[in-house]
Design a protein. Structure first.
Length: 427
């Protein structure tokens, strides 16, 4: 590792800036950090997945037509996409801790607003505001990983991060369904507000600062725009980032359309839907850990290519099933599970590869990839909401389209790598 690598202080409560070191932090320190960062990153999956079983109840209370609940999900995606563009530069300028504390506090207050919202318009506005604050917990942890690791070790830490945060999509639908048994859908948002406050306390008391003042940026607003433009012009960033972001665009199409596909079309109960949703999340988490193991035997680039091919095949199979009108939930669940498994390879490796040359602007680069991810998610949610017809067709078509983008981006990445290899041989 280069001389800018940082060592984590041994005491969890020590929040002073980390000192420079020439080696990775110790294994116990890395484990502790991954647990903290995974808890923070889980705010996104919890906020999205926990209220999915409540879609019918929300539509019934707000008196809207089918698709209004998906529209509130799209509002959340938009808030995250915009928020991450702000959180990245803030994290590069102010360090990692302060933006995380402020963002988690805003998320908590806005989520209380969701619980009290009288109509769909105010509910969507509070959802967007909560997403803006919660975006800090989704973008800054990736920058923290880049602060202390790079290459294969960074990809391995990203995979472990998925393991910790992965409990959220497994448990969240079941927790949401349980809340609907004991009360109405608003209880879900009171629980999310409590989680947000726990995140505030966790950052304040337990998260060390990984970006010392000497490495912070002092960009003006114009400089921030120039930085983002420079990152987007870097093919070594954009190609793997597009593969990862497009893969997650397909994931959000599944999230937005899964209630129609499995509950309305497939006839699953709320409990069965939550169990199926958790099983698919387990495929994503489990194969992310397979990816961490495989990184000792293959490069992140090779594993990313493997995942993209798997996603393309799975999405093609889902498209055939969706267009055929098959209603059996297992016929839909099998290709979705395969797509989730492929994402376990795409997410960690695509993220690590895109950030590998962005150490001096890791916060901004991480924010940009997060913005693209949830921008794609907002597009997916909007399209699926507008096309909602009680079938799996909108979900299947959107997932297939995003998988095609991921495949094309990975072909571009391979061409870039081949050109660089040829150039190195000449020199």
């Amino acid at each position: 590792m280069h001389c800018g690598t940082l060592a984590i202080r041994a005491r969890v409560g020590d929040t002073a800036p980390m000192a420079d070191a020439h080696a990775l932090p110790s294994l116990p320190s890395r484990i502790r950090l991954v647990l903290i960062l995974g808890t923070l990153t889980a705010v996104g999956p919890l906020s999205i997945d926990m209220y999915l079983p409540a879609f019918p109840a929300i539509e019934a209370e707000f008196g809207g037509s089918p698709g209004i609940a998906q529209a509130t999900l799209a509002a959340f995606f938009i808030g995250i996409a915009i928020g991450q563009m702000a959180q990245g530069p803030l994290a590069d300028r102010l360090g990692r801790r302060r933006p995380l504390i402020a963002g988690s506090l805003l998320y908590t207050l806005a989520t209380i607003g969701c619980a009290l919202a009288p109509d769909a318009t105010s509910f969507s506005a509070f959802r967007a505001l909560a997403a803006f604050g919660g975006s800090a917990g989704m973008v800054i942890p990736r920058a923290v990983v880049r602060d202390i690791a790079e290459g294969t070790e960074a990809a391995r830490m990203m995979s472990r991060l998925v393991l910790v945060m992965g409990a959220a999509p497994i448990l969240a639908p079941s927790l949401g369904g349980l809340a609907l048994v004991v009360g109405n859908w608003r209880i879900i948002f009171w629980l999310l507000a409590v989680y947000g406050f726990v995140c505030v306390l966790l950052v304040w008391r337990a998260l060390p600062e990984t970006l010392p003042p000497g490495r912070r940026r002092r960009d003006t607003p114009a400089g921030i725009v120039i930085t983002y433009a420079a990152i987007l012009r870097d093919p070594s960033y954009l190609a793997p980032a597009l593969s990862a972001c497009a893969g997650f665009g397909g994931l959000f199409a599944y999230i937005a359309g899964s209630a129609d596909a499995f509950m309305r079309l497939g006839g699953l109960s709320t409990g069965a839907y939550a169990a199926l949703f958790g099983a698919n999340a387990a495929f994503f988490i489990g194969f992310a850990q397979v990816n961490a193991w495989a990184l000792g035997r293959a490069s992140p680039a090779r594993l990313l290519g493997f995942g993209v091919i798997g996603l393309g095949l799975a999405s093609a199979a889902l498209l055939v099933v969706g267009l055929s009108g098959v209603a059996h939930p297992l016929a839909l669940a099998a290709p979705v599970a395969a797509a989730m498994a492929a994402l376990g390879f795409i997410g960690p490796n695509g993220t690590a590869l895109s950030l590998s040359r962005q150490g001096h602007r890791a916060g901004s680069a991480s924010a940009l990839s997060g913005t693209m991810t949830f921008g794609f998610g907002a597009v997916s949610g909007t399209i699926v909401a507008l096309a909602a017809d009680g079938t799996a067709r909108p979900m299947a078509m959107a997932m297939a389209a995003w998988s095609a983008v991921a495949v094309l981006a990975d072909l571009w990445r391979r061409r870039i790598a081949a050109r660089e290899h040829a150039h190195q041989k000449k020199t």
